[in-house]
Design a protein around this ligand. Structure first.
Ligand code: MN
Length: 702
């Protein structure tokens, strides 16, 4: 019988006929895709996915997981696209295969050991469907079982990764059996000599102890029978890697570890566990301080059992675990037990992630009932319902960030200075927008420039508190220095009218005024003026006060340079550009807004020297200024392109364009164009006029 037929027969014990046929189809697809490829052992490649599927069948995994197991190396090794799998086997299976491939591509081995835990978390976060992890664990298990055929170096690399990443993941998910197999196979590959020595020692010890073990087992079974309790007593063996870790970690001699006789008693229900405990405590004296009730207070990954140690005959210590069959199942298979257990289908929510949730919920309830620390379960929750992303720095360090974090959050997490001077980013070596949410597993590189400043727009997309606080702080500092310098210019302008200037005012007079305003330093006063909270005119008069009622002689306008920053803005209503006659309107807290002299919105305050000040454009004004143009023209084909190329020909930039047709023959186009100044604007308009069919061009202003 063929391998797939054997599997199909096993599957038919718990899957429907249609589902088994889907698994078969996936097998034949994989067989064809891997045609001609061989395992290192010489077998056809398809034997590997088949073996992986068999491992998952042991766990009674659903048909989609089994299909994904069949196809798990297809994307990676045969160049068949995810889309093709999607068309053949549906979205879910394609997603599972894709998830497994992504984990396979992750390069664990070059990174520092200290980061292993983060890698575990990252792997979990990347697998949005927990079945991805289970398929990957099965894949790794089969590779570990067939590790001998690989070269020494490759074997060690895979073994190390298994011990550091996959065994702990299995442990987190409560999958004891898988973890133990990972550890023993990994130990054997990493330290073949030590593993062999311990193996031989265990064999020898077991031989010597056979008789005593049988005796103890018999007396325990007898003791249960006397009390009329039904239960299975069995001897327990420690796994090699566990012994090795104990010897190293606790610095204990091999004999010390092996001199403990370990048994497990499995019964039908919780109640019976405690009765068994009483019975065995009657049989042998318990060792004080060694009793643990993990039924009332389960271990972090949901493990439940009673542990006690007894003084046996001749004073040999006997370790005993007492648990129910269900607890035994959970202790061995953890999260996978939910597939293994064919429970009432109506009770269990359908779907597969639901099963994983069920497991987490179950553990959570156990822990809550026990009032235990929620630390572990918090971490599993993060793993299964990831609200975190894990990304690499260019040097391979892992950063943990909340879900939705962007490169700016990343930059501030690296260092405040990196955040403040960041101007662009590369995600996986490609330039990307700073606002793009990061994905787990990406490598993020920040491009920074000395003297760069945080952009207020970042506040719209950053998610970490750290980034937000530092951006706000930097903006506040920037705003302060900009308002101080604008305030100084405003004040000096008025003082100049009085034929004096700030540095010619005696210091004590300045101090006097500061005291009166309850301000600490002159910068506070200047900032207030720059922000529009205090009128330069009034302050100037006060500083002048003792020199009599001089009135300003000539008012020279303040020059606008275009570099004033956050405290100066250009009115949206009349969009002034260099060359236009302008005035500044001061509004409290906002700083200065520049309007056209003719703007209707300020006509009421136009001559109030406390609210409006005369402005002029500096000769070397810099920047781009938007103006809105209304172009009326005869309707024609390709009209937008024509307009765009004319504006372009005059070095202008179209920021916005909209069009409505007035009647069949003429159209009205609204253009927002950015220009340097009026001369530039005139050039743009001239170009537009030269177009065929243009009837009228108007610059829009309030
Ligand atoms: Mn594989």
């Amino acid at each position: 019988m063929l391998g797939i037929d054997v599997l199909a027969e096993r599957l038919s014990t718990y899957l429907g006929k249609d589902q088994v046929n889907l698994v078969r189809r996936a097998y034949y697809y994989a067989e064809q895709a891997h045609d001609g490829q061989r395992r290192r052992s010489g077998e056809p490649y398809v034997t590997h996915p088949l073996a992986v599927a068999n491992i998952l069948a042991d766990m009674h995994m659903d048909h989609q997981s089994l299909m994904a197991a069949m196809l798990h190396d297809v994307i990676e090794d045969t160049g068949i696209a995810k889309e093709a799998l999607c068309a053949q086997f549906g979205e879910t299976v394609a997603e599972l295969v894709d998830g497994v491939s992504k984990l396979t591509q992750m390069n664990f081995e070059t990174k520092a050991e200290a980061q292993a835990e983060n890698f575990q978390k990252m792997a979990m976060a990347m697998a949005r469907d927990i079945r991805v992890i289970l398929v990957k664990l099965a894949d790794r298990l089969h590779n570990m079982r067939t590790l001998e055929v690989l070269s020494g170096e490759k074997r060690r690399r895979i073994a190390k990764e298994t011990l550091e990443i996959y065994a702990p993941i299995a442990n987190r998910l409560g999958m004891h059996n898988v973890r133990v197999e990972f550890e023993d196979l990994g130990f054997k590959a990493m330290h073949p000599m030590r593993s062999e020595r311990i193996h031989q020692a265990v064999k020898r010890a077991r031989g010597n102890r056979k008789e005593l073990v049988a005796k103890i087992e018999h007396s325990l079974a007898n003791c249960l029978a006397v009390d009329g309790i039904a239960g299975d007593v069995s001897g327990r063996q420690k796994h090699l890697y566990g012994i090795y870790k104990k010897m190293r970690g606790k610095r204990r001699a091999f004999n010390e570890i092996m001199d403990v006789y370990a048994f497990r008693i499995v019964v039908d229900k919780v109640d019976t566990c405690y009765r068994v405990l009483g019975a065995v405590h009657n049989l042998y004296k318990p060792l004080p301080g060694r009793f643990k009730d993990y039924i009332a207070i389960p271990k972090a990954n949901g493990y439940q059992s009673l542990h006690t140690t007894l003084f046996g005959m001749h004073g040999v210590p006997i370790e005993i675990q007492i648990r129910t069959r269900e607890m035994e199942e959970m202790a061995n298979n953890g999260i996978a037990a939910h597939w293994l257990y064919k429970s009432n289908d109506d009770e269990l929510p359908k779907g597969t992630h639901a099963r994983a949730r069920q497991w987490v919920k179950g553990v959570l309830e156990l822990q809550q009932r026990a009032g235990n620390s929620l630390e572990f379960i918090e971490s599993v929750k993060i793993d299964l319902f990831p609200d975190e992303v894990y990304v690499f720095t260019p040097k391979g360090k892992i950063m943990e960030l909340p879900k939705g974090s962007t490169a700016v959050d990343f930059a501030y997490a690296v260092h405040t200075d990196v955040g403040n001077s960041c101007i662009a980013c590369r995600i996986n070596r490609r330039l990307a927008p700073l606002s793009e949410p990061l994905q787990s597993g990406s490598t993020v590189e920040i491009v920074s420039a000395p003297g760069a400043r945080p952009n207020p727009a970042w506040l719209n997309f950053v998610v970490t508190g750290k980034a937000r606080t530092h951006i706000r702080h930097a903006l506040k500092l920037q705003r302060r220095s900009e308002s101080v310098s604008l305030g100084e210019r405003l004040l000096n302008k008025v003082l100049n009218g009085f034929e004096t200037s700030l540095d010619r005012i005696p210091a004590e007079r300045v101090q006097h005024l500061l005291a009166e305003y309850r301000l600490e330093v002159i910068e506070d006063l200047l900032e207030d003026i720059g922000l529009g909270n205090r009128m330069a005119y009034v302050v100037a008069r006060r500083l002048q006060a003792s020199e009599g009622e001089a009135s300003p002689s000539s008012e020279s306008p303040l020059a606008i340079r275009g570099t004033e920053g956050l405290v100066l803005s250009y009115a949206k209503c009349c969009t002034p550009i260099p060359g236009d006659p302008i005035v500044g309107h001061l509004s409290a807290g906002k700083g200065m807004v520049v309007h056209l002299e003719s703007c209707r919105n300020i006509s009421e305050v136009r001559h109030n020297p406390e609210k409006c000040i005369q402005l002029a454009w500096a000769k070397d004004v810099s920047g781009e200024f938007n103006v809105e143009l209304r172009v009326e023209l005869e309707h024609q084909r390709g009209l937008i392109a024509l307009l765009a190329s004319s504006v372009n020909a005059a070095d202008g930039n179209i920021e916005k364009i909209s069009m409505d047709e007035r009647d069949g023959r003429t159209s009205v186009v609204q253009l927002v164009v950015s220009v340097h100044d009026r001369v530039h604007l005139a050039r743009v308009i001239r170009k537009l006029r030269a177009l065929n069919g243009v009837i009228r061009i108007t610059r829009m202003r309030a």
